[in-house]
Write a protein that binds this ligand. Structure first.
Ligand SMILES: Nc1ncnc2c1ncn2[C@@H]1O[C@H](COP(=O)(O)OP(=O)(O)O)[C@@H](O)[C@H]1O
Ligand SMILES: [Mg+2]
Length: 232
């Protein structure tokens, strides 16, 4: 099986402060990998590093066996990495449909929004003409994921998709992720909500203070131990 993402000895900085010290992490094709960890340990910084949004002076980020470390963000997006940032980042003044169309920009605006998007997120179909900012938090999260999927990414990065979202929509998002897995998608998901990922992810990594401190198969996870490592 192909290794879609292979991160080796990665360091990341904000200014002079080192945030990621020595990160090694792999994602195999068709797998769902979860990155767990407390607030402030560097999880979002890691996803931003993969997208080229923070300074990464050393280490390697191989995506489909090609080195990304010095490539600009647009190159990484065009190469096939879809990114849903923490806090969602949809455009509140644009309609749902316009937000979705932005997802096509990765391919220079070519292509169409495939009907499957609306099968995965039926609520968006009902809301195409509404402004993004008028959607609930959970609906905005669904829109953000849908927007990333419009371009059929080879790797999808999700940063805390359950944060601040009501339980019924968390379930919907869980179902969508499982459906995507069935279709062969490869997903790296950052979470603090352990129960959410137990039925979803194949492998897990735990980050603490810019290092990976545990990793393994979710099926053989010592849940109490991992909980203690990510508890606040
Ligand atoms: N833009 C930034 N400038 C400087 N420091 C930042 C910035 N964003 C995050 N940090 C710091 O980097 C560390 C890791 O943050 P982050 O990656 O957001 O953690 P997590 O996603 O695990 O909660 C924290 O100490 C945070 O304060
Ligand atoms: Mg974060």
């Amino acid at each position: 099986m192909e290794t879609v993402l292979n991160v080796d000895k990665l360091q990341a900085y904000y200014g002079e402060s080192i945030i990621l010290k020595d990160i090694n992490l792999k994602v195999q094709e068709g797998h769902i990998v979860c990155l767990l960890g407390r607030n402030g340990v560097g999880k979002s910084t890691f996803l931003k590093s993969i997208m080229g949004l923070v300074r990464t002076p050393s280490g390697s980020i191989l995506f489909q066996n090609k080195e990304l470390i010095n490539k600009p963000t647009y190159f990484r997006a065009r190469a096939g990495i879809g990114y849903v940032p923490q806090g969602r980042d949809i455009f509140p003044q644009m309609t749902v449909e316009e937000n979705l169309q932005l997802g096509l920009e990765v391919n220079n605006g070519n292509g169409n929004i495939s009907p499957e998007i609306y099968e995965l997120f039926p609520i968006l179909k009902e809301m195409l003409t509404r402004k993004g900012g008028n959607l609930s938090g959970g609906q905005q999260q669904q829109l953000a994921i849908a927007r990333a999927l419009v371009a059929h990414p080879k790797l999808l990065l999700l940063d805390e998709p359950t944060e601040g979202i009501q339980p019924s929509i968390i379930q919907d998002i869980g179902r969508v992720i499982l459906q995507l897995k069935k279709e062969g998608y490869t997903i790296l998901i950052v979470e603090q909500y352990l129960e959410f990922i137990l039925n979803i992810a194949d492998e897990y990594y735990v980050m603490d203070k810019g290092n990976i401190v545990a990793q393994g198969l979710v099926s053989s996870m010592d849940q109490e131990d991992i909980k203690s490592k990510i508890a606040i």
